[in-house]
Structure formats: C-alpha cells, structure tokens
Design a protein around this ligand. Structure first.
Ligand code: GLC
Length: 545
C-alpha cells in the first residue's frame, strides 16, 4: 500500500518524449514504445504532465476539457494501452491534476462569461473592481502585473493566479468541488495510480489573507483524499505546494491529506550547498523540516519542467544562486532559473553524479526529470520554460531520433548547440557505453532499491568539523547505511564520530569495495573531489559476502 515510499519517479512531458505517429509532437504511442528504456533505467512510477485537451497557453496547464486527451497525444485507446503496458512492466503512472484553474476556453469559462446570470458564473471569481484579494501573490512576475483580468463581455474582472487565460475556479461553489472529484474518478477508472495535484495552496481565497494554505483548502483536500481512499485503494496523491517546510507539512494532515509532497525548500539548497561547498544549507533545512506521518513521504527533485524556483530561499541566497547559476539574465525567469541539471553544473560529470547521489540517498522518494538521466542540455533562446522542454535525445539521427517528421513540423527545435548537441548527448550512445551517466544513474537506482532504508529509514546527520563533508546514517530495521559526500572540488579529510556505528565493516554498495573496519574512536576518511560513498555497515562478526 505504501509503494510510493520505495519508488523512484520519472517526470515525463509527453509532447517531448517520443513521437509515435510522425507529426512532430510526442504522444502516448511514442511513450509506450519507450517503456523498456524506463524499465532499464529502473524507475518505478511515471508522472505525466497534463495530457488533457488544451489550447496550450501554459503547455497544458490550461485545461479546456478535463475528460479528453489532447489530440496531439493520441486517442483514449492509446492512453489506456499506455497504462496497461506500464502496469504489465511492473511500473505505475500518475497524472497531473490541474485543480486550481481551467483554460478560458473551457466550456465552464465560456458559459460563465456569456452572462452575469449564467448558471456557471459562480464557477469562477468575479469582481467589479481589480482591487480585491490584493494580498494574493503574483506568481508569473515576469508576465503579470495583476491577478485580475477585465472581461469586456460582462464588464467585470475575473481572478487568475497564473496567466489570464487560466481563470481560477471558485472552490466555495460546491458544484466545483464535486466536478473535480468527477474528473479524478474519470481517470482513476482507467487505471492510473494517482495524481500530482497542481498548485494546491491556492484553491480557496479569503479577503485579508495571502490566499495560500487556508483551512478551507485543507478541508477540501481531505475530502479529495477520503474520496480516493473510499473508492481506490493503493493510489497516491502528490502535492505541488511551493511553501516553507512548516506549511507544506500541513498538506500531509494526520496522514489523511496527501501521501506525498514535493520538498521545494530542499531543492535550491542542494545547489547552494554544491556552490558553497558547505553542507549546512541542506542539513539546516532538513532539521527544520517537521516530522511527517508514517504513511507519508517527501518527493525530492533536482530539476523539473518549471524554472528552478527560488521562492523558498532568502533574498540574499536568491541573489547568490542567480549570480552563481544564471549569470546571463536570459537564464532567469520569474523568481527562478530556467536551466537544466547538466548545464547548471557546468556539464561536470563529477558534480552531476554528486547531485544524483544526494537526490537518491536523502530522505524522500526522488523524481528524475526526463532527459536529465543522460545530461541533456537546455535552450535559453526559447521563450518561458520552453528551453527545458525540448525533444528527448534518443539518438544522433535527424530530430534526435525523437520523430520522423520534417524538422519544420517539430513542436520545438532539438538541442544542437556545440556542447550538448543530440549528436553527442543521446540515449542510444549512453546505453551502449557502460561508463555513461545513464548507467551510473541506473546503478545508483538499483542500489537504492536493494535497501529500504533509503525510502523508509531514519536520517541522522553526523557533524564532522569539516563542513565540506556531508555525512549521514540511514537506518531501517537491521539495515545501516553511512552516506558520505565531499561537496568540494578539492580533496578533503574527515573524521567521523563513530559512536553511532561502532564495530562494523563498511562496504561500498556501488563498487563492492570493503573499507577499513570501524572500531572505537573517530573514523577517518580521505575523500577525492566530489566523491560520494554509500557504505553498508555490516556487523564485524558477520563475514562479508
Ligand atoms: C504549476 C506547474 C506549472 C504551471 C502552473 C500553473 O506550478 O508546475 O508548470 O505553469 O502550475 O498551472
């Protein structure tokens, strides 16, 4: 039932993944044909970005019809086949659920705008002025000046947290609450394993508040969970709540709200720790993170389909991260950085591996963003977040092996810059090369899967004097793992207090190498630049295999 605690997730932008019918857009047939690749990588559950009918102002996060598949992605049969095939291979699949808003082309919105007396008017939030709810943050700060948009048809303003083409739903309306449950039912009945729920902090709005994390929102989300539990067992709900740890904690409730929440504050601190060569940003934020109920799990990530958001850091750290990782202003977007993992880390294999090692050993279930397992690049000349969503690089053939369409029909150009061109960086060549990033990540995932301590165990940070070293113990039942990271570009010596793990034989689970046994007293290690160690601590009495 709590499978998600041991799972590795993989985020798929369907349009970008694989084009099965040659029209230049990725689709379900294409995705189905690549499930073997994902199985080989070793991930357990796919997270699909919105697959619904949409005019694509916000890449599908502007839903025109929640019950229809976007025509570019294929038919409902293609979708069902993808779900079946995913399950046949022992994988699972969850879908994005866009709860907060619809497209302005959704039938509800069209009806609501047709007249002030429309029965659907109250599905959205209307006002004669644009001065209400003024404490609600603007999220797309590079594009919006207000959360209100004037509707000339009826002479009133409507509220939108994101683009004006994404009017917010009015959750005070019981019909809206009910409608979203129907949407869930529709897709759950087709066999999917749950949802990643988009932008959940903003559902309810109240004057005089910032309209985030309101009690009414939590009450409704608990109802969503009850609906799931009563009708569909073993499914998962993952929250996108870009908030501070104390606030995100509330989305787990007492184990009766979300099973999982993305850990937004941790993510930028991984990049902070890497740049400062100092473990404290990571340790401090995890120490500040309240405990969560037994059945719950954090979802951790390095990159995703959005800008690397810096909303959950101080202004000073934000400026530092911008200067360090987005020196060119074109790399910045809203309060974040629109770059992929590999270019962020200067395409330095050692640092990329170190980042994956952190992702795969810290508490939580990791999510890998498509293409990052092969170190794909980005394209900052494309607008908004388009540069992070370019076609998956399958091979060095035309269109990166993603599509047989004429290049002019492609939904986006493929990456063909000097350093990270698909001609150099592609899945085929990495599959063939045992020393590739793909195979390193695959081996890490495999090692992680043989130790439940990673998904379920406690995490105790050690406190060696050398702050360039991040070391922690992950423990679950009889499993004891010591993870050590050298965050710096130079060799480091570290002395670990071994009272926590007396008398054992550390064995590196990635290389199989046995280390000097730990007896009493501090345990000394010399670490290469960016070195990481995943050490199983075997009792000394037990002969090592
Ligand atoms: C979420 C999505 C983002 C989208 C926004 C509005 O933050 O991750 O891509 O633009 O919601 O739906």
């Amino acid at each position: 039932m709590t499978w998600y605690k041991d799972a590795v997730f993989y985020e798929v932008y369907i349009r970008a993944f694989c084009d099965g019918n040659g029209d230049g857009h990725g689709d379900f047939q294409g995705l189905t044909s690549k499930l073997g690749y994902l199985q080989e990588l070793g991930v357990n559950c796919l997270w699909l970005l919105p697959m619904y009918d949409s005019p694509l102002v916000d890449d599908g996060y502007d839903v025109r019809d929640f019950l229809k598949i976007h025509q570019d992605y294929g038919t409902v049969e293609d979708f069902k086949e993808m779900v079946q095939e995913t399950h046949r291979r022992g994988l699972r699949v969850i879908a994005d659920l866009v709860m907060n808003h619809t497209s302005d082309q959704h039938a509800w919105s069209q009806e609501a705008r047709s007249s002030k007396n429309s029965p659907k008017r109250d599905y959205y939030l209307w006002s004669r002025t644009n001065r209400k709810l003024k404490d609600a943050r603007i999220i797309f700060v590079d594009f919006q000046e207000s959360n209100w948009e004037f509707d000339p048809l009826t002479g009133e303003y409507y509220f939108h947290r994101f683009y004006p083409q994404q009017p917010d739903l009015n959750y005070d309306n019981p019909a809206v609450q009910q409608a979203m449950l129907r949407v869930m039912k529709h897709w759950l009945d087709m066999g999917i394993d749950g949802f990643r729920a988009d932008a959940v902090p903003y559902l309810f709005k109240r004057e005089g508040t910032n309209c985030e994390n309101l009690p009414e929102t939590h009450a409704y989300l608990k109802r969503v969970r009850r609906f799931l539990d009563e009708n569909y067992r073993g499914k998962v709900l993952l929250a996108e709540a870009n908030q501070w740890p104390e606030e995100v904690r509330e989305y787990f409730g007492a184990g009766d709200e979300f099973h999982m929440c993305l850990h937004f504050p941790l993510m930028p601190r991984i990049f902070l720790a890497l740049k400062r060569e100092d473990r404290r940003p990571i340790v401090d934020i995890l120490n500040r993170t309240p405990p969560i109920p037994e059945s719950c799990q954090w979802a951790t990530f390095l990159r995703c389909h959005d800008e690397l958001t810096l909303e959950m850091v101080t202004e000073e750290d934000r400026q530092f991260l911008w200067d360090a990782y987005a020196p060119d202003h074109q790399m910045r977007l809203n309060l974040g950085i629109r770059r992929r993992l590999s270019p962020l880390l200067n395409n330095d294999r050692r640092r990329i591996e170190l980042a994956y090692s952190l992702l795969l050993t810290l508490p939580g279930s990791p999510i890998i963003y498509y293409g990052d397992e092969i170190g794909m690049g980005d394209n900052i000349t494309l607008k908004d977040r388009g540069g992070l969503r370019t076609p998956m690089q399958w091979s060095n053939e035309e269109n990166a092996g993603f599509s047989v369409a004429h290049p002019s029909a492609m939904y986006s150009p493929v990456n063909d810059d000097e350093v990270l061109s698909y001609k150099r960086i592609n899945a085929r060549s990495q599959l063939e090369d045992p020393s590739s990033l793909f195979h390193t990540v695959r081996k890490m995932i495999l090692a992680r899967k043989t130790h439940r301590a990673f998904g379920r165990g406690s995490c105790q940070f050690l406190e060696p004097q050398n702050t360039a070293v991040l070391a922690y113990l992950r423990r679950y039942e009889s499993d004891n793992i010591l993870v050590v990271h050298n965050l710096s570009s130079s060799r480091q010596s570290v002395s670990l207090e071994s009272t926590e793990f007396p008398a054992c034989l550390p064995v590196d689970m990635l290389s199989g190498d046995a280390f000097a046994p730990v007896s009493r007293g501090p345990y000394a290690l010399d670490l290469d630049p960016y070195q990481y160690l995943w050490l199983t601590l075997k009792p000394l009495s037990q002969p090592s295999p």
